[in-house]
Each structure stands twice: as structure tokens, then as C-alpha cells.
Design a protein around this ligand. Sequence first.
Ligand code: NDP
Length: 456
Amino acid sequence: MDYDLFVIGGGSGGVRCARIAASHGAKVAIAEEQHWGGTCVNVGCVPKKLMVQAAEYAGWARDSHGFGWNTQPGKHDWAALMAAKDTEIRRLNGIYVKLLENAGVTWFFDRATFLDPHTLQVGDRTMTAERIVIAVGGHPSWPEIEGAEHGIVSDQAFSLPACPKRVTMVGGGYIGVEFAGIFHGLGAEVDLLYRQRSPLRGFDDDIREALVENLQEHGIRLHPSVLLHRLELMPDGSRRLHLTDGRQFDSDLVFFAVGRVPNTKELGLERAGVKLAANGAVAVNAQNVSSQPNIFAIGDVSNKMNLTPVAIAEGHHLADRLFGRTVRSWSMQAVPTAVFSMPPIGTCGLSEEQAAELGPVDVYLTRFLPMRHVITGRNQRTLMKLVVDQASQRVVGAHMMGDDAAEMMQAIGIAMTAGATKADFDRTIGIHPTSAEEWVTLRTRTRVAGVAAAAE
Ligand code: NDP
């Protein structure tokens, strides 16, 4: 065999897997056909977060007045933002290649496809490997509607020539909600269309309600319980949306954020004996092993929890397990995650609704206007919530919408991973004056949910 391990896909998970395997002494190669760092670095988390940060400044300029400044937002320079973002992405692309080289990994900037379970076609070369990891990620899906080609998906959102005047986001998931805030902050009129009664299905209901309030407060127009069924290109270049409830309106940009699908097409998986699950992902067991014992899949292509840090954890764990002496493992019980809406949402563990299905839970909830916004006059209340399993008193869910929610939730995730109880939160001294101290001063139970609630 040419290599002990060959990784297909140079995203966050694949690069981590290759580097760690090489550091354990394995002979490793990796192939990437498009951009080092994958979705996250190039058309996902990183440029998205930079655009969120850019969008925040308009609000901060207005906020400053309450503190005696007379800052004016001025005019946003879209080209300058895109240039700054591209510079940062190029820097990160370079870092990824450097990390691979420093680890002694051989890299190919080419497409790799399977010829058989141990043989790959990499560009115009053929090579063999004892073990192969599929880490090729996913791509945005397009809705099957007439005129869909007049819209865009997230891959195109990072290279628009200018900020459109009117944007319609289709889909109420992470991307729909995040880009609604981005375009609004950068000056566009924004409509958000989703087919549920509120966005972010699967999130805690109180968070979903707070999100709706905040989106409305910002002036984002919400269109719940509706679908787009036709998109029409108008002579002036605008797009006319035809909704299932009969309404029509025009927009300059229609952005589909209706989920992502794994990149499993044209990889030659059938030649390698790698089976797909019903949802089109590579089917793997808990150890990321596919139906072919020497072939593994990590990250979005296995469609488990499509988050960069999860892909990195899977890649690292797999490399340790295959080639290392000690195996680092991660807890997938309480995975903290954030939606970079405005303000952001941070969440960890179970929603109240999920927890209540398992048994009785105590719910602690607070809503307040943060000190800063008492002065700025911005009507942006913070929501913080703990869901506590009544029997064990362990905190099984933490949810927040408000400034710094993502930053706080990382630390709450540590406490929850360590199995902290409500009493542990209560005996922790707060930091005053912060919003974060509310996590340790939630003294009064708001309600009981689950089985006991029904009994009471
Ligand atoms: P999501 O799965 O989060 O949301 C998809 C949305 O589109 C849902 O509101 C869904 O509705 C709706 N939808 C699906 N199909 C259709 C359709 N045919 N017509 C109308 N609406 C439809 O996908 P995203 O594209 O927002 O993001 C993809 C994934 O990327 C996320 O799930 C997440 O794993 C990851 N991500 C993570 C981020 C983060 O960590 N901050 C940021 C961005 C992405 P319904 O609820 O009814 O199914």
C-alpha cells in the first residue's frame, strides 16, 4: 500500500484526522479538490461570523448615543468587507496547508474517487491505502420549485457584488436566521419565509418565541407557515415570489437556506462497497466505520451532528483509535451550539420539550433588559433558561438568547459535560455586574414540566 491512511476531503474534520494520524507515525495523504478548510473556512462559519460582526456595528453606532457619543453609522463599504474577509480566508487556507506539511502529511489538490476499497484515483494518478477516511462534507440543497435558478444558496452568499436592497431568506433554520440578521444589519430590507409557526424547529420553544420577538423588533418581516412555490425573474432584474397562500412580492435576492445534503455523488462509493443511509449520507456505526471495514466517514458526509467541532472531534478520535496509544474522546451528550442571530442564541443539551418527554423537569427562566440596553434604549431583552431533571437535579438543558450567548454557552457546556447539578450552579459565586451571573442566581423555579406537571 502507498499509504497507511488516505483522507478524502481537506475540511476541518479531514485535516485534523490526517494531522493526528501522521503525528502517531502513520504514512498519511490527503486530497482536497476545492479549498483547504472546507465549508467552515471558505463558505460557512468563518466568513459568516465576519459578516455577523460587520452587521453588528450599525446597531452599536446607534447604541452609543445613550452613552453620550454622537457616532453615526455612516455608509457601509461592501467591497471593503468582502476584501477583508477574503484576506482572512486566504490566511486560513495557508495555515491549513502549513499544518499538514508540518505534520508530514502528503497533500494533493485534486479530486479523489474510489476504484476499489483500497485504490483511489487522485487526479490522473492511482494510489492505494490501507485505510481511507471520507470527509467530503455536504452542500446546500435547492428547493424543487419553478424558477429556483433565480435564487442563490449559501455558497454564493459570500461573493455577492453588492449588498442587495431587498433580501428574502427562505428557510427558518440556522442559515435562514443568521443571514436575515446579517443582511438587515448591513442595511437591506429583509423578509424571512418558513414553513413552521416559528423558526428553528427543534430548539427550545421559549427561545423560538424570543427569536420571533427579536426579529420583529429589528423590523425583519416574518412569513410563518408558508412555502414559496414559484420564483419569477422580472424585466427589471428583481425576483417575484409566489407564495402558497396566494401572496406575491418582489425582492432583489432570494436566498434558499433549506438544509444541506452530503456529498456522496460520483465518489465511486459503489466500487468500494460503501453503503448509503436512507438520507443519502454514508452509513456509519458509532465508531465512524462504514459498511466496508477499512473505510470510515466523518463530519457532514455522515450527517450526524453537522457542526465543525463535532467533525474535528470525530476526525481526531478516529486517528487516535487507528494509530495512537491513547485515545482522546469527546462527550456528545451535551454539545453546546450557537445560532449567530442578532442577538445570538446559545444552547446546550435538551429543550424543555425534549426533557419533559423523558420525565419531570424543573424549569428556571429569566427575561431581563441588560444594563447596557437600559442606557442604549434598545428594546432587546435577554432570555436565560435552565432545564433540570427533577430526580437527579442535573442540569440537562441550558438556553439563552442575548448578547454573548455563544461565548457563555461554551462554559455552561463544560459544567453540563461534568454533570453539574442545579445545586452546583447555585453554590457558584457570580461575577457582578454581568448578565452571566444570572446562571448562578436563578433561585425561583418558574414551572415544572413533564410527568409531574401533569400530576400537579
Ligand atoms: P437547517 O436544517 O438548519 O434548516 C433548514 C430549514 O429549511 C428549516 O427551517 C426547514 O424547515 C426548511 N426547509 C427544508 N426544506 C424546505 C423546503 N423544501 N421548503 C421550505 N423550507 C424548507 O438547514 P440550514 O440550511 O439552515 O443549515 C444547514 C446546517 O448547517 C444546519 O442544520 C447546521 O447543522 C449547520 N449550520 C450550523 C451553523 C452554526 O452552528 N451556527 C450555522 C449554519 C449552518 P423544517 O424545520 O420545517 O424542516
